[in-house]
Design a protein around this ligand. Structure first.
Ligand code: S3P
Length: 456
C-alpha cells in the first residue's frame, strides 16, 4: 500500500444470483516461499501462477536486496539464487509492508547470518508480536534489537557460526515453525522443530523439493518432529503455484449465501492443512462439489463447484483451527446466514493477525445486525437465514484495521444482506487478492468503491 494514500471505502449490496467460472490468484504461502527458496537456491527457479499481491512483491524485493536476481518474462518469474549460505547483507532496511509471513520467514532465513538486517513494516505489521520468532533466533546465537514488546522495527545480527537447536513451537504457527527451519538452513548440523498441532506444511514440502535434507516423523498423538540438516545444497526448481484456498474462500461463501448462485472456482489448492473451511461448510450443508481432483507439482488441486445452500450452524472444534486460521472472518459471515448458532472454539491466534480478527469480526457483525458473542478465544454467531435485517441501512462503516481479510469478508456479507454493508477501507485487499473486486463483480456481485473526492 502506498503510504499517505487516503482510505478507500467500499459498499456491497444485495445481488442477484452469482454465476460463472473464475480462477483466484496463486497461493500466498507458496508464493512467498517460492521467492524465498528460489532466491536462496543455487541456479534458476521458474515460477508460474505467482500471487502478485503487495505482500509477495515485498518478499521479492527483500530477496533482491539480499542478492537474488529476479525478473519476469511473460507469465514466468525467473530467479537466479545466491546459493544456500550466500545471502548478501541488505544495504537498507527490508520493508515488509503488511506481511507477517514475509517478515517472519525472512527473519529466520537471514537472521543467522553474520551481518546486520533491519526489518520494518506498516502500522499493522508493526503492532504484531515478533518474539515468537526472535526467541528461537536468540537461542541460535542471533543478537536482537526490537522495539517495545518485541515489535518492529527489529534489527538482527547473526553469530559467526549459528547453533542448531531443538525447538518446540509453543503455539500453532506455521510461520514460527518455518522461521526456525529456515534459520537452520544456515546452521551446521541438525535443527529439529516439534509441533504439537500440524500447521500448513509448505515449508517442509518445498524445501524437500529444492533438495534440502529434511525428514518428518509423526507420533501417534499427531505431534510432528521435523529434522533439517543445515548447510546443505539447494537447487533451483520449476514451481507452478496453485490457486489460494484462502482467497477462494470469499467466492465460496458468496456463492453459498447469495440465492440462486452457481459458481465454479478452478485450480484451488486442496492441501489438507488448508481445507478446514471447506470441511466446516460441508458440515453446515453447503453444496460444494470437487471436480477433477488432481495432483499438480506435489500438491492436490481441484475445481470447486459451489451452489447456493441453506446452511445450518455447527460447532467448529479447536483442533481444526490451524487448517482454517485465515478463514474465520468469512466463516463468521457464512454463519450469519445459517439457521441456528455457529460456535468457533480455540481461535486465540486470531488476536495476533493483521488485526485482532476476533474483535474486528465481532464488531463488524454487530454493526450489521448480527447477534454474536466474542469470548477470549471463541466466537458465537446466531444466524439470520435469508439475511433478513442484516446490513446497515445508514451505511455505518466496518472498521477494517488495515486487514485485507476483514475487508473482503464484509464485502461478501453485503452481497446477501437485506441492507448494504460498507467498509471503511478497501486498499489492503491488494496485499493478497488484487483481483477480488473485479472477480466478484464479474460473477454478478454489486460492489461499489466510494468516489475519490480528490479526483475530478
Ligand atoms: C502462514 C501462516 C499462518 C497464516 C498466514 C500464512 C504461512 O500464520 O495465518 O496467513 O504462510 O506460514 P501463523 O503461522 O501466524 O498462524
Amino acid at each position: 500500500m502506498v503510504h499517505g494514500v487516503a482510505p478507500k471505502p467500499a459498499t456491497a449490496s444485495r445481488s442477484g444470483a452469482l454465476s460463472g467460472t473464475i480462477r483466484v490468484p496463486g497461493d500466498k504461502s507458496i508464493s512467498h516461499r517460492a521467492f524465498m527458496f528460489g532466491g536462496l537456491a543455487a541456479g534458476t527457479t521458474r515460477i508460474t501462477g505467482l500471487l502478485e499481491g503487495e505482500d509477495v512483491i515485498n518478499t521479492g524485493k527483500a530477496m533482491r536486496a539480499m542478492g537474488a536476481q529476479i525478473r519476469k518474462d511473460a507469465d514466468t518469474w525467473i530467479i537466479e539464487g545466491t546459493g544456500n549460505g550466500c545471502l548478501l547483507a541488505p544495504e537498507a532496511p527490508l520493508d515488509f509492508g503488511n506481511a507477517g509471513t514475509g517478515c517472519r520467514l525472512t527473519m529466520g532465513l537471514v537472521g543467522t547470518y553474520d551481518f546486520k538486517t533491519v526489518f520494518t513494516g506498516d502500522p499493522s505489521l508493526s503492532s504484531r508480536p515478533m518474539n515468537r520468532v526472535l526467541d528461537p533466533l536468540k537461542l541460535m546465537g542471533t543478537q536482537v534489537e526490537a522495539s517495545e514488546g518485541g515489535r518492529l522495527p527489529v534489527t538482527l545480527h547473526g553469530p559467526r557460526m549459528a547453533a542448531p537447536i531443538e525447538y518446540t513451537v509453543p503455539m500453532a504457527s506455521a510461520q514460527v515453525k518455518s522461521a526456525v527451519l529456515l534459520a537452520g538452513l544456515n546452521a551446521p548440523g541438525v535443527t529439529t522443530v516439534t509441533e504439537k498441532v500440524m500447521t500448513r506444511d509448505h515449508t517442509e514440502k518445498m524445501l524437500k523439493g529444492f533438495g534440502a535434507e529434511i525428514e518428518v516423523e509423526t507420533d501417534s498423538d499427531g505431534t510432528r518432529r521435523i529434522r533439517l540438516e543445515g548447510q546443505g545444497k539447494l537447487t533451483g526448481q520449476a514451481i507452478d503455484v496453485p490457486g489460494d484456498p484462502s482467497s477462494a474462500a470469499f467466492a465460496i461463501v458468496a456463492a453459498l449465501i447469495v440465492p440462486g448462485s452457481n459458481v465454479t472456482i478452478e485450480n484451488v489448492l486442496m492441501n489438507p492443512t488448508r481445507c478446514g473451511l471447506i470441511t466446516t461448510l460441508l458440515e453446515m450443508g453447503g453444496s460444494i462439489t470437487f471436480l477433477d481432483r488432481r495432483s499438480a507439482g506435489g500438491e492436490d488441486v481441484a475445481d470447486l463447484r459451489v451452489r447456493h445452500s441453506e446452511l445450518t450452524g455447527v460447532t467448529v472444534p479447536p483442533e481444526r483451527a490451524a487448517s482454517m486460521i485465515d478463514e474465520y472472518p468469512v466463516l463468521a459471515v457464512a454463519a450469519s446466514f445459517a439457521s441456528g448458532i455457529t460456535v468457533m472454539e480455540g481461535v486465540e491466534e486470531l488476536r495476533v493477525k493483521e488485526s485482532d480478527r476476533l474483535a474486528a469480526t465481532a464488531a463488524g457483525l454487530k454493526l450489521n445486525g448480527v447477534l454474536c458473542e466474542e469470548g477470549e478465544a471463541t466466537l458465537k454467531v446466531t444466524g439470520q437465514p435469508g439475511g433478513k435485517g442484516l446490513g446497515n441501512p445508514s451505511r455505518g462503516e466496518v472498521a477494517t484495521h488495515l486487514d485485507h481479510r476483514i475487508a473482503m469478508s464484509f464485502l461478501v456479507m453485503g452481497l446477501a444482506s437485506e441492507h448494504p454493508v460498507t467498509i471503511d477501507d478497501s486498499r489492503m485487499i491488494a496485499t493478497s487478492f488484487p483481483e477480488f473486486v473485479n472477480l466478484m463483480t464479474g460473477l454478478g456481485g454489486a460492489i461499489e468503491m466510494a468516489a475519490d473526492p480528490l479526483r475530478s
